[in-house]
Design a protein around this ligand. Structure first.
Ligand SMILES: Nc1ncnc2c1ncn2[C@@H]1O[C@H](COP(=O)(O)OP(=O)(O)OP(=O)(O)O)[C@@H](O)[C@H]1O
Ligand SMILES: [Mg+2]
Length: 334
């Protein structure tokens, strides 16, 4: 297997709380690789640290601790110049299609801007590259003369993808990129992502609340809870045979039916609110909401174990066969 596009070891990202007296542990000891050309899905409740992980991957946030290796170079060992050159290959697309588009600039100028910052191309070259990128994302060349307000949300998201293509991306972090779009065009945009991946070999970190969206597009899925990964494995495994109680709960809460081959049997209702990331529960962070929790769970943090090939989980009760039968009435088999 070729070297990962990015390797993250024991990453933590902390923010000061509003009054500065405490720390928000937004990401707290996360380890993973993203492989070339794969789609790495990230799911988890609001506030679990998904966007913080994504922003750190592309250099919009600095890690508090931990290491990040880009290709084969440790981020910490790169000079400012090397980092500037390297980070252009790691890009991000946001939920709001307008986030990266200046309303006063034509689409053409918005497409040219990232190339201008990188430098080394003539105006004509940049223009031609921009128009070719527009075609690659399924838009007509004449749309380059429009302004953002003259385009739909889906078209603008296509422009956001086109802006990145001339930078030879290795990884694109997609943070809720279809959440603001009409359901009818989500599928088209997801197809575009797939097609570009086939053509360019780019990897995606695909962050979303909507598990059915993540499951459709991802090769692997990471499940986040309170700043940590609780489970990471191949999509089919995670969705069909989840090993962590939190994953079981997320799948149960899924309002839209999953594709038939990805349906799961176990049902569980998640109770209570997500605890504060300033003061996470001791032991397993999920124990305050977990029907499987025992004394061990509040006393000792579970290790990150590979229970099945390529399938990791942090739970004292999980085995390669899954979770033991639930001792309460909170699940039903259907
Ligand atoms: N710049 C910041 N300053 C202070 N706290 C922050 C900052 N960014 C994020 N946080 C906090 O870090 C935690 C994780 O936030 P993050 O945005 O990564 O979550 P998320 O999983 O993306 O949530 P959502 O699904 O709502 O987008 C939250 O408690 C959030 O309030
Ligand atoms: Mg977010």
């Amino acid at each position: 297997m070729s070297a990962p596009v990015i390797s993250v070891r024991d990453l933590t990202v902390r923010f000061p709380s509003l009054d500065g007296s405490e720390e928000v542990r937004a990401v707290d000891g996360v380890t993973f690789d993203i492989r070339p050309g794969e789609t790495f899905g990230v799911i988890g409740e609001s506030g679990s640290g998904k966007s913080t992980v994504g922003r750190t991957l592309v250099g919009l946030l600095e890690p508090t601790s931990g290491t990040m290796t880009f290709g084969d170079t440790d981020r910490a060992a790169m000079s400012r110049r090397e980092w500037r050159r390297e980070r252009r290959h790691y890009q991000m697309i946001f939920q709001d299609p307008n986030a990266a588009l200046n309303p006063r600039m034509t689409i053409l100028d918005s497409l040219i801007e990232p190339m201008r910052i990188v430098g080394g191309r003539s105006r004509e070259e940049m223009q031609e590259t921009a128009l070719a990128a527009l075609e690659k994302v399924g838009l007509r060349r004449d749309m380059a003369q429009r302004y953002p307000h003259e385009m739909s949300g889906g078209q603008k998201q296509r422009v956001n993808i086109a802006r990145i293509l001339p930078l030879s991306p290795r990884l694109i972090v997609c943070d809720e990129v279809v959440a603001a779009l009409d359901v009818s065009i989500r599928g088209e945009i997801l197809n575009l992502f797939r097609k570009l991946q086939d053509d360019l070999g780019v990897a995606y970190a695909f962050i979303a609340h909507d598990i059915s969206v993540v499951a459709q597009i991802s090769d692997r899925i990471a499940v986040t809870y309170l700043g940590q990964f609780v489970e990471l494995g191949p999509t089919e495994n995670v969705v069909n045979d989840p090993l962590h109680p939190y994953t079981v709960a997320l799948l149960s809460a899924e309002p839209q039916p999953l594709p038939k081959h990805l349906r799961h049997r176990r049902r569980m209702v998640l109770e209570g609110d997500i605890p504060s990331p300033m003061n996470p529960p001791p032991g397993c962070r999920f124990h305050t909401r977990c029907p499987w929790a025992t004394a061990e769970c509040s006393a000792r943090e579970p290790e990150w174990r590979e229970l099945k090939p390529d399938h990791h989980v942090a739970c004292h009760h999980a085995t390669a066969e899954g979770l033991p039968p639930l001792p309460s009435r909170r699940t039903t088999e259907d």
